[in-house]
Design a protein around this ligand. Structure first.
Ligand code: SAM
Ligand code: SF4
Length: 333
């Protein structure tokens, strides 16, 4: 399907739940998100029904995110039904990986094609401080489990934040040791992070990609890891909006996603579905379309009309706006 600006939209990002077992300081309040009542959240069958409608319209790729998608019961059955939907070519998940060690075999068996893991530091203390409660060892075990069951490629998303002084060289080193694809993502001062009671990290904490490439390049050299070079054409780069590099002799790659400094709206291929059943045409726009009510009261044809309406409202760009009234955990990051 095409939107009003002739972009092909074939990717649906679904937030399965706005709950999470962690409380990353830039994403969620310490006490968690206010609980939504049972009726407000889409049931797993409803997610599958919406995917069915979306697939008929041309959605080919689905990503399950959240909140933490692995805390939502029934995820494997949902993956199975999405995979069995005619037209769907791939199902991916984005996870903090802390529950992946025990769930990776079932997710693989259910048909998950790829996993993206969010991990902002390789330092146990810093990990605990960022997530307010997580253990780095759990996330690392999750990554090992992802390797063991054969997910490929495995991408690690690192949100780069100036005041965290993350040890970027440790991630660069990891690409030498394992076939991991590390992607540095610009911190977005939106949602909970800039709300009252949030972490209060502002625009000054965004490290623009250009600067980040120089910093990581210098850190890699200093650590004796060699030059950061543009990645070879044989690398699994995916359709995401990242620029990829690699160190000579590395097993993995190092990518950069400039969500703040360089908008990639012109090549945007996605719609989002929130856990409470709203279609969101743009991460940064707060316009949403109520597909839950349409599906529940009138059925799949009405759901299709809501998708079409959302598609026709997909903005050309977010016009340098970096704001969202909802938390990242609610809109799926
Ligand atoms: N819980 C899962 C996870 O952490 O991978 C999936 C949901 S999480 C909201 C998705 C992604 O959004 C994570 O990679 C997280 O780091 C990112 N994210 C959340 N708040 C962000 C912010 N303010 N700026 C940049 N990325 C953010
Ligand atoms: Fe949870 Fe992911 Fe948000 Fe962290 S970024 S609190 S892991 S939803």
């Amino acid at each position: 399907m095409k939107d009003a600006y002739a972009r092909t939209i074939d990717y649906l990002r679904i937030s399965l739940t706005d709950r999470c077992n962690l409380r990353c300081v830039y994403c969620m309040p310490e006490e968690g998100v206010p609980p939504l009542c049972h009726e407000e959240i889409l049931r797993m069958e409803e997610f599958a029904q919406i995917v069915g409608v979306a697939a008929k319209m041309g959605i080919k790729h689905v990503r399950l995110t959240g909140g933490e998608p692995l805390v939502r019961k029934g995820i494997c059955n949902l993956v199975r039904s999405i995979k069995a939907t005619p037209g769907i070519e791939s199902v991916a998940i984005t996870t903090n990986a802390t529950l992946l060690a025990c769930m990776a075999p079932d997710l693989k068996e259910a048909g998950v094609d790829r996993v993206n893991i969010s991990l902002d530091t390789l330092d146990a203390e810093q990990f605990h401080a960022i997530t307010r409660r997580g253990n780095l060892a759990d996330a690392l075990e999750g990554i090992e489990a992802a390797f063991e069951v054969g997910f490929d490629p495995i991408k690690i998303n690192v949100v780069a934040v100036r005041r965290l002084n993350q040890d970027f060289a440790s991630f660069a080193r990891l690409t030498m040791e394992r076939p991991l694809h590390i992607r540095f993502i610009e911190y977005m001062p939106v949602g909970h992070s800039v709300e009252e009671g949030g972490c209060g990290w502002g625009p000054e904490d965004v490290i623009p990609t250009k600067e980040l490439i120089q910093t990581i390049s210098a850190a890699a050299k200093e650590a004796g890891l060699g030059e950061l070079l543009p990645a070879g054409a044989d690398r699994p780069l995916g359709w995401g909006p990242a620029n990829y590099y690699e160190l000579e002799g590395a097993q993995g790659t190092i990518g950069f996603i400039s969500s703040v400094s360089n908008h990639f709206c012109a090549s945007c291929n996605r719609l989002r579905l929130t856990a409470d059943g709203r279609i969101r045409p743009c991460l940064f726009g707060d316009e949403e379309f109520d597909i839950k009510t349409a599906l529940r009261t009138e059925g799949p044809d009405a759901a299709q009309r809501v998708l079409e309406q959302a598609l026709s409202h997909k903005p050309e760009s977010h016009h340098h706006r970096v704001g969202t009234a909802r938390m990242m955990s609610q809109v799926g990051g």
